[in-house]
Design a protein around this ligand. Structure first.
Ligand code: NAD
Length: 347
């Protein structure tokens, strides 16, 4: 057996630990180094996972010639510096979403990735979207013309709770400067990756009309432009006659599960695109009797582990092995970020 890929994880908070578990499931790779901001966290995780090297200075990992690749799982405002330094140190990178908390910084990160085209760079928002069998299933229906010309996509999810309530250690998550944004910003990478990807990534954004608000729950404080949005929605107008209504909330008065609808001139689909959202896709089409009927199609999820982060690590290692190209290059993730930036900053 060829030697295992040696991986360093920078940021071992809530999601860095998920990566630790996922790499354990992958026999072609192992985590040899970890980094976190505090000595206390990094030593505790080192002991729990029996990791060779633990540090509070990520440069130590980048200077280690035995390390082939790094996973960046720090808060978004720290992604940029670590990413650029990692590529300059010759490391392959799996970058957590969102690309960055700043659009300007994200643009520089794309330039840096372009300057290191010999290295694998994968952005993590393919995890719930393009690596999920529902993506290929829906894209295939669109490509085969089962829906006709797509003129409208509608996606909605509302939650009453925020990221900070979900991960109380993430004190950065309510701060717009460090997080970049709230539920819409946090999830748009997954959502755009799925919804625009099944349409072939061919649409260019022409116009946006929407809103973004915070200050909705007294327990979380008054409205404040320095805090992330709690509820945002927009109607996005693309070329080729496509409109996309997009809404997300975390910390608002509502609780609506993920729901996607895709409407074409010959049919429509309704489904929850997320990997844990079941295997049914509803297909609305006209029967030979002239009535609109709904067929429940089942997506073949065999071969999909259901462990979405394990699938992400497997794809990253497949990229390192040279078997496939990254399904979500950073340039595409940046395009998605530009779109959400227009909603949140220009609305
Ligand atoms: N929590 C989730 O459910 C989840 C899911 C998917 C993706 N993500 C993404 O993962 C990333 C981390 O999120 P989280 O929820 O794990 O946050 P977290 O706050 O729980 O963990 C962040 C980690 O980064 C470390 N860190 C911060 N600054 C650092 C620095 N300068 N150098 C080294 N380490 C530093 C912290 O010490 C901590 O270990 C974010 O980009 C987030 O969007 C999180």
């Amino acid at each position: 057996m060829s030697p295992k890929w040696q991986i360093g994880i920078i940021g071992v908070g809530m999601w860095g630990r998920v990566h630790l578990d996922s790499v354990r499931d992958e026999e072609r790779a192992e985590v040899t180094c970890i980094c976190s901001r505090t000595e206390q966290t990094v030593k505790a995780v080192q002991q729990e996972y029996a990791i060779r090297h633990a540090t509070t200075d990520y440069q130590e990992i980048l200077a280690d010639d035995s390390v082939d690749a790094v996973i960046i799982a720090t808060p978004p405002h720290v992604h940029g510096d670590v990413f650029v330094d990692a590529l300059r140190a010759g490391k392959h990178v799996l970058l957590e979403k969102p690309v960055s908390s700043s659009l300007d910084e994200a643009a520089l990160m794309v330039q840096e990735a372009d300057a290191h085209s010999d290295l694998v760079v994968l952005e993590a928002s393919c995890r719930f979207s393009r690596l999920n069998p529902k993506f290929a299933f829906v894209r295939n229906m669109v490509q085969k013309g089962r829906l006709g010309d797509i003129y409208f996509v509608h996606h909605l999810q509302l939650k009453p709770t925020t990221y900070t309530e979900y991960n109380p250690r993430a004190e950065w998550a309510a701060d717009r400067r460090r997080a970049g944004g709230g539920p819409m910003f946090d999830w748009s990478g997954y959502d755009f990756s799925f919804h625009l990807g099944v349409l072939g990534d061919r649409h260019d954004l022409q116009g946006v009309r929407g809103f973004a608000v915070n200050g909705l729950r007294p327990a979380l404080g008054p409205a404040d432009p320095d805090l992330v949005e709690q509820h945002a929605a927009a109607l996005l107008q693309f070329d080729h006659g496509l409109h996309y209504y997009y809404e997300r909330a975390g910390g608002a008065y509502g609780d609506v599960p993920d729901d996607t609808r895709i409407h074409g001139t010959r049919g429509g689909l309704r489904f929850d695109y997320l990997p844990w959202g079941g295997d049914v896709v509803e297909w609305y089409t006209e029967s030979s009797g002239g009535k609109v009927e709904c067929r429940e199609l089942r997506v073949d999820m065999a071969g999909y582990s259901g462990e979405h982060n394990t699938e992400l690590i497997r794809h990253f290692v497949d990229c390192l092995d040279g078997r496939v190209a990254p399904v979500l290059p950073i340039g595409l993730a940046y395009r998605h970020m530009q779109m959400v930036w227009r909603i949140l900053r220009d609305s």
